[in-house]
Design a protein around this ligand. Structure first.
Ligand code: 6PG
Length: 218
């Protein structure tokens, strides 16, 4: 039986460097034909818009690796209304895990927003209490440029075998500190936990040094 590796890519700008590395020599040892890629969230724009999470991955990674097109499962966030886009993605996921109560991704990559959001799960949004659906359409807070978004739900994310957070830059330090010290248990990022164990955190130098300072030089 062919072994598959099913991974969820993160949105936002942070994953760019990872995608570039995977498109280069780090990707040479990956059996791409056995990898299937999904997304954690998407802005409701067509896939060729600069705000599209898919577009960043497409340009920096997918266009440069021998990954079969049928292994790429983007969120069709341009469908109207957004709840239809969410339903379409949920059907797609369920076709990969028929009869399952939750998908079983091997790896979910996530970013962290300065307000503690991850994927498109924002603080205080009732979608955080979702138990059954794997995918939902949500409205981000007014400060965000593209408010209409499609996101995986907590049960869909938390069923993963492994969850990796990618965090870069000084601006993320206060929220990172809160999430890691468990002082922010109401924050969406604090409610993310893989099926077994803990999420793993990958920080760039600015985030790591800032965190060390915030923790009092420990
Ligand atoms: C999105 C995201 C989101 C992102 C954070 C961090 O589409 O908005 O998936 O969770 O990871 O907002 O974004 P940056 O990496 O751009 O800081």
């Amino acid at each position: 039986r062919r072994v598959l590796f099913r991974a969820v890519l993160a949105g936002g700008g942070t994953p760019r460097r990872l995608y570039e590395l995977l498109a280069g020599e780090y990707g040479d040892n990956i059996a791409w034909h056995q990898v299937h890629l999904f997304w954690g969230d998407e802005r409701c724009v067509p896939p060729d818009r600069p705000q599209s999470n898919f577009k960043l991955a497409q340009e920096t990674l997918l266009a440069r690796i021998p990954l079969p097109a049928e292994n790429v499962h983007r969120i069709p966030a341009e469908l109207e209304p957004p709840r239809e886009a969410a339903a379409a993605y949920e059907r797609l996921l369920r076709s990969h895990w028929p009869q399952a109560t939750c998908p079983a991704f091997d790896l979910v990559l996530l970013g962290l927003g300065t307000d503690g959001h991850t994927a498109s799960l924002f603080p205080g949004d009732p979608v955080l209490e979702e138990r059954k659906s794997w995918v939902r359409a949500i409205l981000a807070p007014p400060a965000y440029e593209i408010r209409q978004r499609i996101t995986l739900t907590l049960p869909a994310i938390n069923s993963a075998g492994a969850i990796y957070f990618l965090v870069s830059g000084e601006t993320k330090v206060p929220v990172l500190h809160r999430v890691l010290e468990q002082n922010g248990s109401a924050l969406p990022a604090s409610r993310v936990r893989p099926a077994e164990g803990e999420p793993r955190w990958f920080l760039d130098e600015a985030a790591a040094k800032g965190l060390q300072r915030a923790q009092g030089g420990r």
